[in-house]
Design a protein around this ligand. Structure first.
Ligand code: 5GP
Ligand code: ZN
Length: 132
């Protein structure tokens, strides 16, 4: 029984590590792929989007690999709150006094293209609504 639990645990750890090692944003967070750093702390890393959709377009990603909002649970609430706080702190630092938008694309219909949870901070121009 214990042996099979250890096997299951090690298999899950292997799969998780494999996903994280092949993840673009994990590589940006650990510095093995270069990025333009904007803010970092023990929980998150924020960097400029490679294809900015607004004068300010920054991505705030958790250091931990979480694929999407669909992979979060109640134990992630403090981390998710921290990501939103970090984005608002960056917005203040960037002087976005007229406002800004925080977006978390999730899954195929949500338009998510990188499977590592991230908050988009968009600002510096009026943003239309509804989104496409
Ligand atoms: P999503 O579509 O998943 O919500 O957002 C992914 C974002 O990552 C896109 O806005 C895209 O421009 C950005 N992105 C994709 N590859 C890279 C990269 O290698 N470096 C940086 N800085 N941003 C990237
Ligand atoms: Zn990742």
């Amino acid at each position: 029984m214990l042996n099979s639990l250890v096997f299951v645990h090690e298999t899950l750890l292997f799969l998780y590590t494999g996903f994280a090692m092949s993840c673009l944003f994990c590589k940006i967070v650990d510095g093995s792929i270069p990025s333009k750093s904007v803010y970092e702390d023990e929980l998150c890393y924020a960097f400029a989007d490679l294809h900015p959709q607004a004068p300010v377009h920054i991505l705030v990603a958790p250091r931990e690999h979480i694929a999407s909002m669909d992979d979060t649970d109640k134990s992630d609430t403090a981390l998710l709150g921290h990501l939103l706080w970090a984005a608002s702190e960056i917005a203040r630092e960037k002087g976005l006094v007229k406002g800004y938008r925080l977006v978390i694309n999730t899954g195929e219909d949500g338009g998510q293209t990188v499977d590592h949870l991230h908050v988009h901070l968009l600002g510096g121009r009026p943003l239309s609504w509804p989104p496409g």
